[in-house]
Write a protein that binds this ligand. Structure first.
Ligand SMILES: Cc1cc2nc3c(=O)[nH]c(=O)nc-3n(C[C@H](O)[C@H](O)[C@H](O)COP(=O)(O)O)c2cc1C
Ligand SMILES: [Fe+2]
Ligand SMILES: [Fe+2]
Length: 398
């Protein structure tokens, strides 16, 4: 088993999960994910993160025990209590008899609720700015609530200037030995970083902005998150992506999220897409039946305009299209303009269901709503022309 010393006396003891198909039983991870943990050797040894997902305990303990005798572990610093990072904690707590757990106040409550760990001699509550001296090195704890749970904090190592950032700056994809950002193809990496942020942490844009403000004051050489590679060379890229996404800043592009059973909606989508192409507007066209909402959410996040196109179905909105919009709604995507179009057979008006969701998000409707019975004809094409004119004038303004 290979245990990598990433910086002198700082070891990577995380693992790759290539078996789980859906993270949080929700988000597809076709290329797996890593649960990262780090061991710092000093006069007092410290584990950063509570451990890994319980399914990988054998591998995790083999790694730890290759570096130290567990009786020599002094601190277990829990940045985040979620079980993907603490599943192995009860066992570690029993085996590492001299170790003390460092958590936030809220983390202490979760520790009792999840694992019944309440021994006050072995639980240290950390407050924002508290320091832990390991010997040569000092750790500083930085409170970062709601990134991604209410108890969350980050840990900053002062000598090598390593920020152990927890879920923040994490990405999907198993490492397969690619421990640092530069080992990844940049576009693939940034895509999985964005998908992770929008799917997992994106709800908490306010806390993200607060954390970024704090982190800008720190001198950081390495960001060591709890998922995905350690960030060394792409730090500025990652910071500016986080800043952009958490401010809901959009690119001048349109995302068309459409569903179709018999091709009628798709026909109108093609008319719209061609008109947008003629206006030189970059457009993503996503079929909800084939693409998981995880990817649709990530794509829509930084689009200026979202087009929702689907037929009426049982008096409601076409189900896979509603599902995609519901995920966008649940993740609270703000600051969007949107348009609605699609086909129907007799009663129509299924789109009213997604207009309700968009209204709650504060999105601004671009008229006209284009709904039509059966096949596309000249009348609808005229409406699409009108819609495109309105989209173009909005994009030119913004
Ligand atoms: C199971 C089913 C339920 C439908 N329910 C409605 C409905 O409640 N109201 C309506 O106007 N059309 C309804 N339709 C008709 C479709 O909206 C219509 O066929 C439309 O042209 C389909 O567009 P598409 O080719 O993009 O799938 C339904 C169609 C199906 C297959
Ligand atoms: Fe988490
Ligand atoms: Fe996590």
């Amino acid at each position: 088993m290979n245990v990598k010393e990433i910086i002198k006396d700082i070891f990577y003891v995380g693992i790759d999960d290539k078996k789980t198909r859906f993270f949080e039983a929700t988000w597809p991870i076709p290329n797996g994910i890593s649960y990262n943990a780090y061991l710092i050797k000093d006069e007092k040894n410290a584990l950063i993160e509570g451990g890994v997902k319980v399914d990988y305990s054998r591998e995790f303990f083999r790694k730890l025990e290759k570096i130290i005798d567990l009786s020599e572990l002094e601190y277990i610093v829990i940045n985040h209590m979620e079980p993907d990072h603490t599943g192995t904690l009860p066992q570690l707590y029993r085996l590492a008899k001299n170790a003390k757990i460092v958590v936030s106040q809220k983390g202490k409550e979760l520790l009792a609720d999840f694992y019944k760990i309440t021994d006050s001699d072995r639980v240290i509550v950390a407050r924002d700015g508290d320091e832990i001296k390991l010997g040569k090195r000092t750790l500083r704890l930085i409170s970062s609530p709601f990134l991604h749970w209410p108890e969350t904090m980050m840990t900053y190592e002062e000598t090598d200037k390593v920020l152990f950032s927890g879920d923040v700056f994490g990405s999907f994809g198993a490492l397969n030995g690619r421990l640092f950002d530069v080992n990844w193809v940049l576009d693939d990496y940034l895509f999985e970083l964005k998908r992770y942020y929008t799917n997992i942490v994106g709800m908490f844009t306010g806390p993200t902005q607060n954390a970024l403000k704090k982190l800008r004051m720190l001198d950081i050489n390495f960001i060591a998150p709890s998922h995905g590679p350690i960030i060394k060379d792409y730090k500025n890229k990652v910071f500016s992506l986080y800043d952009k996404l958490s401010r809901y800043e959009s690119d001048k592009k349109v995302t068309i999220i459409y569903g179709t059973m018999y091709g009628y909606t798709e026909e109108l989508v093609s008319v719209l897409a061609l008109r947008l192409y003629e206006e030189d507007i970059p457009t993503s066209i996503i079929n909800v039946t084939n693409v998981h909402p995880s990817y649709i959410l990530a794509d829509a996040w930084d689009s200026s305009v979202i087009v929702l196109a689907a037929p009426t179905y049982d008096g409601k909105y076409f189900l896979p299209a509603y599902n995609a919009m519901y995920v966008i709604y649940a993740k609270r995507l703000r600051n969007k303009k949107y348009a609605v179009m699609g086909s129907s057979g007799w009663s129509g008006k299924g789109y009213l269901r997604v207009i309700e969701l968009a209204k709650e998000l504060g999105w601004e409707l671009i008229e006209p709503v284009v709904e039509y019975r059966g096949a596309v004809d000249e009348e609808e094409i005229k409406l699409v022309d009108e819609l495109v004119d309105n989209i173009v004038s909005i994009l030119k303004k913004g």
